[in-house]
Design a binder for this molecule. Structure first.
Ligand code: ATP
Length: 430
């Protein structure tokens, strides 16, 4: 370091409608706003206050009217950009806001109760879907709405661990470090990081989630008027495309925001043209979106799981518990080993039922390092349609003593004996 200084303070002056794009290095980065106003993905930064950003986070500090930012630390990269799609994004927000106000002002005496916008954000991988979702949610919350955020991306898991689909009401702009709150989330555990593992199960869970939200909206005019913002996965061709259509239909989306792909936009526009109540809108991808490869995604998934048990900066300590095999029941949905054709009666089809729930023999099946969901189901046949209260991580299976040891985020007995396994595993690395 020239001058040999141990401090790496750096000030950046941002003009109006420009942003500072940052990739944090392997060391955390401190940052604050010294002058003016700035926001991170829709959430305003309080003036003067230092915030610490964890290693490898990628984000932008955007200002509408100009700001001076101060950074303390060494980044992987940081640069300013004055070409951003932010004006078009905030215009979308303004239209959504008007629709929310309209829904709120409408009388519910009509046969159809007034309904705020149901926005679904679609696009290829690394087009900035999650980021746009965050902005729309934060801008809405800043204006006092309580929109519902829905996450259908089982590959990443923005609300809880990957392999889940989930929804949560949002009451405040999102914290740029903490992200989405988990405490009020409605979570379904699909158990795999791509819908391809069990398409039927994925669709069934999407439907369950949509139905529960629909019921909640009926009793809650405030959240109904605020509507929802739905984040989807980047798989947009073949079955992925069909799953997008399925989600649009299942959630009765009224606004489809297509990021960064002309072809997808024109396909959706075409199939949805008969529906006068659905708007399909094309938006530019931001030049700041950072492409992430397979390995990065794998690491990101693993850190999401770690974060669930240990907190963002390892400030939490999970509880280790041991249960007898007889005190828990572990199930798996669909996909189990199929009987060989030769073992079946002549003429029968060996295709297994994708929604069938089968008990897992803890002694035989290798559950070590699995993530198991704690289901709210009271009976095994309710598992597919039940949400989950949380997750445990299997750290030891003792076949001799017939005991299973696991980490849980909270102490005491599990809220249920019924646990659900998928294909999600984790290797704790510390
Ligand atoms: P996926 O393929 O997982 O569906 P996505 O389309 O949801 O990805 P994002 O997660 O929104 O894409 O963006 C990818 C990465 O780029 C994220 O780490 C995000 O924080 C970062 N990013 C997005 N916009 C910007 C920006 N303007 N400046 C800097 N980083 C950004």
């Amino acid at each position: 370091i020239p001058g040999g200084s141990s401090s790496n303070l750096k000030q950046v002056k941002l003009d109006r409608e420009s942003e500072l794009r940052i990739e944090v290095s392997d060391e955390p980065l401190r940052l604050r706003v010294v002058n003016g106003t700035a926001e991170i993905f829709g959430a305003e930064l309080p003036p003067e206050i230092w915030r610490t950003f964890p290693p490898r986070l990628k984000f932008a500090v955007f200002t509408w009217y100009g700001a001076t930012i101060e950074m303390d630390g060494v980044t992987e990269t940081d640069y300013t950009a004055d070409e951003t799609p932010m004006v078009s994004y905030v215009n979308v927000h303004a239209i959504l806001d008007a629709r929310r106000r309209f829904a709120k002002a409408s009388t519910s005496t009509d046969s159809e109760p007034p309904q705020g916008p149901r926005v679904i954000v679609v696009g290829p991988t690394d087009s900035g879907k999650s980021t746009l979702t965050k902005m729309l949610i934060s801008w809405a919350a800043k204006q006092g709405w309580k929109p519902t955020f829905v996450d259908l991306d089982v590959g990443q898991g923005s609300i809880t661990i990957p392999g889940s689909i989930a929804a949560t009401p949002i009451e405040m702009p999102l914290d740029p470090v903490e992200g989405f709150p988990l405490d009020m989330a409605l979570v379904y555990y699909y158990g795999h990081t791509t819908p391809a593992n069990n398409v039927e199960l994925y669709k069934t869970m999407v439907k369950e989630l949509a139905q529960v939200l629909e019921r909640q909206f009926l009793g809650n005019p405030e959240s109904r008027a605020a509507g929802m913002v739905i984040n989807t996965m980047g798989w947009i061709d073949g079955i992925g495309y069909e799953l997008l259509l399925h989600a649009i239909e299942t959630f009765n989306a009224s606004v489809v925001l297509v990021l960064g792909q002309e072809k997808l936009f024109s396909m959706l526009k075409d199939v949805l043209k008969s529906k006068s109540n659905v708007d399909v809108v094309k938006l530019h991808k931001s030049g700041g979106v950072v492409a992430r490869n397979r390995d990065y995604r794998k690491v990101a998934r693993s850190s999401r799981i770690q974060e669930y048990f240990y907190g963002l900066s390892k400030e939490l300590s999970p509880y280790a518990n041991t249960s007898s095999f007889s005190d828990v029941q572990v199930f798996r949905i669909g996909g189990g080993p199929q009987a060989p054709r030769s073992a079946l009666p002549i003429g029968s089809d060996p295709v297994s039922n994708p929604l069938r729930v089968t008990p897992v023999n803890i002694e035989e099946r290798d559950l070590l390092h699995s993530i198991l969901a704690v289901s709210y189901a009271e009976e095994p046949d309710q598992i597919v349609s039940s949400n989950v209260s949380g997750f445990v991580y299997v750290t030891e299976v003792d076949v001799l003593r017939k005991k299973i040891t696991y980490l849980a985020p909270s102490p005491g007995a599990l809220p249920s004996k019924i646990l659900v396994a998928g294909s999600l595993t984790w290797l704790e690395s510390h």
